[in-house]
Design a binder for this molecule. Structure first.
Ligand SMILES: Nc1nc2c(ncn2[C@@H]2O[C@H](COP(=O)(O)OP(=O)(O)OP(=O)(O)O)[C@@H](O)[C@H]2O)c(=O)[nH]1
Length: 569
């Protein structure tokens, strides 16, 4: 664990920060291994003071190095502290799980409270926090034990994956026009960093070998035009200006024509900001947008405004129609509320982030890297991932045995539906449930609801009942109890039990469909189902079908009668 602690500390100082510094400092880090092992060997629990010691050690080594390295290091420290408040808030959650053997409904209560508190303090909006905490709790309780992985490490991984999902999952790339210049319109409130971002963006695109032109459309702050001209010179990009007497939409039109004449790849249009969202500003922006027909409309928001930034993105999207956001001043934000809320609240992705005043301080927004930064536990995450892979392989083999011996039970049912759900596509889960065909988005939502319902019913079963679904098939009393405890009807419980038995037979058939009878991953089940459906008559499928009938007959004693589960017992 010391190694993990060290890595968490070190990653905050190095790997999660400025890459150039990371490269420059690699040698130094190597040299300081002795110091590090001395620290890890000491087993010191005073984490903070160790961290300071570590900082001092590196700093003193840097003193003898060149100035630019020191400057990079200083900058990296500023970045390292980004989201520091959130990181330490979440750390409290992990520590509550020390000494636990497995994640349970009971022992996650306290950590979840810490996570909730940390997110609220990070200025994430309440509905987002609620959904996040619910999603993490659901997964934490259902995750099961992974050999060698401690519950706190497991929770770190679950929170990480949920953070990535919250921030949009994938990186959202800038879109470029298929023909003619790509037009990027920047909008935002006053002082958020639009003018700076315009030049930064031109610099960023120039590095991607795109020719750019900046258009100075902020006619209300005269200094904005001069500022853009100076920044344009700095990054070596032409700036189109028409003074402050021309309407912004006219400037935009002229600028675009100029760019077309010069065959420029990307036109970036800076616009005026206001202290508040007002109608005039919105109308003016709408005019500019109409004239430009932009490829991207990006709202520049200040990360330090927290959840307010997310609300702004929503408002601008409704009013103007935007394609995404650029989050500036992330270097000064120790909370993270904006980064965490924008996508979830507005539905619009953060495409780029500004992390400083220099022209090179603009980069794409990578949700996974951001989540990694927030948690600062890169090695724990990759360790859990590896352990999960091994477990999945073992699980698949175990499941294969169970299916072949018709022992597939409610624990497997729950595990597999949750696993596949985590893989992202509910339609896959639905594809696996016999009797449910391919679905529309509305049906997917409906199915998500029914998955929750299944979870409630399985949650009300005793461990014995989960392992022996026959107990439920044979006993209406047990089914009645489950219905009462889960708040569902007896018929729903009966249907669930029936589904499991149908699934047993169907999965066993699938094993036959798959050449060699192996199931490397359940995600392939959907394809296998299709293959099974497509198999022409008169092939092996027919033989299997008769086998399937036999299997049904075998389980006839536990099969549901048409009126639900046996009226007998
Ligand atoms: N630390 C930090 N400062 C930034 C960042 N982006 C912009 N700034 C600073 O924020 C201040 C305002 O930036 P501007 O680009 O003038 O903002 P603006 O939105 O164009 O302002 P208006 O034209 O008044 O609407 C400047 O001092 C910038 O250097 C960033 O990512 N990090």
């Amino acid at each position: 664990m010391e190694a993990v602690q060290f890595s968490a500390v070190a990653s905050r100082h190095f790997s999660t920060t400025n890459r150039s510094f990371h490269c420059n400092s690699r040698k130094l880090v190597g040299k300081s291994t002795k110091f590090v092992s001395a620290w890890t060997g000491s087993g010191s629990s005073a984490r903070l003071s160790s961290r300071n010691l570590f900082t001092q050690e590196i700093w003193s080594r840097l003193n003898s190095k060149n100035v630019s390295l020191r400057r990079d290091y200083k900058r990296s420290l500023v970045r390292a502290e980004m989201f520091g408040q959130l990181t330490s808030g979440l750390e409290a959650a992990w520590t509550k799980l020390k000494g636990e053997e497995v994640l349970t409904k009971e022992n996650i209560v306290e950590p979840m409270r810490d996570i909730r508190r940390a997110l609220l303090e990070a200025d994430v909006s309440l509905p987002v926090v609620r959904r996040f905490v619910q999603a993490v709790s659901d997964q934490a309780v259902g995750v099961g034990l992974i050999r060698g992985v401690k519950p706190d490490q497991q929770l770190v991984k679950i929170v990480h994956d949920e953070l990535v999902r919250l921030m949009g999952g994938e990186v959202s790339e800038l879109v470029f026009a298929k023909s003619g210049p790509t037009v990027i319109l920047l909008a935002g409130l006053q002082g958020v960093g639009k003018t700076t971002v315009s030049a930064k963006l031109a610099y960023y695109l120039k590095k991607q070998r795109k020719s750019c032109m900046l258009v100075a459309g902020d006619v209300y702050r005269p200094a904005a035009i001069d500022q853009l001209v100076i920044l344009g010179e700095q990054v070596g990009v032409a700036v189109y200006t028409a003074g402050t007497e021309v309407k912004p939409s006219e400037i935009a039109k002229q600028g675009l024509n100029e760019a077309k004449k010069k065959n420029v790849d990307v036109v970036i249009v800076d616009t005026a900001g206001r202290l508040q969202i007002d109608k005039t500003m919105m109308d003016e922006l709408k005019d500019v947008k109409r004239v430009l027909n932009p490829t991207e409309v990006l709202l520049v928001v200040d990360a330090m405004t927290g959840q307010e930034a997310a609300a702004l993105v929503t408002t601008f999207n409704i009013e103007i129609g935007i394609t995404g956001a650029i989050l500036t001043k992330l270097d000064g934000d120790s909370r993270g509320g904006a980064a965490l809320s924008v996508k979830e609240v507005s539905g619009k992705p953060i495409k780029l982030v500004g992390r400083g005043e220099r022209m090179e301080d603009l980069e794409p927004f990578y949700p996974d890297r951001m989540a990694g930064r927030i948690l600062g536990m890169g090695d724990v995450l990759s360790f859990v991932e590896k352990a999960q892979e091994v477990m999945q392989q073992e699980d698949a083999e175990e499941l294969q045995k169970k299916i072949m011996s018709s022992k597939f039970d409610f624990n497997d049912f729950l595990k597999q539906t949750r696993t596949v759900a985590r893989m992202g596509s509910m339609s896959r889960v639905i594809g696996m449930i016999p009797g449910m065909a391919k679905v529309t988005p509305a049906q997917v939502r409906e199915a998500e609801k029914s998955l929750k319902m299944m979870e409630a019913m399985i949650g009300a079963m005793t461990p014995e009942e989960r392992e022996n679904p026959e107990l439920l098939a044979e006993s209406p009393t047990r089914r009645k109890r489950i219905a009462q405890e889960s708040g569902k009807t007896e018929q729903q419980v009966s249907q669930l039990v029936a589904q499991l038995f149908q699934m047993r037979v169907r999965m066993k058939n699938l094993m036959g469909v798959m050449e060699g009878g192996s199931i490397p991953a359940l995600s392939n089940l959907e394809d296998a189902l299709k293959a099974e459906q497509k198999a022409p008559p008169g092939t092996a499928r027919r033989k299997r079908r008769s086998e399937s009938r036999r299997q049904f007959a075998d389980s006839a004693s536990v099969r549901p009668s048409p009126r639900g589960f046996g009226s007998g017992n």
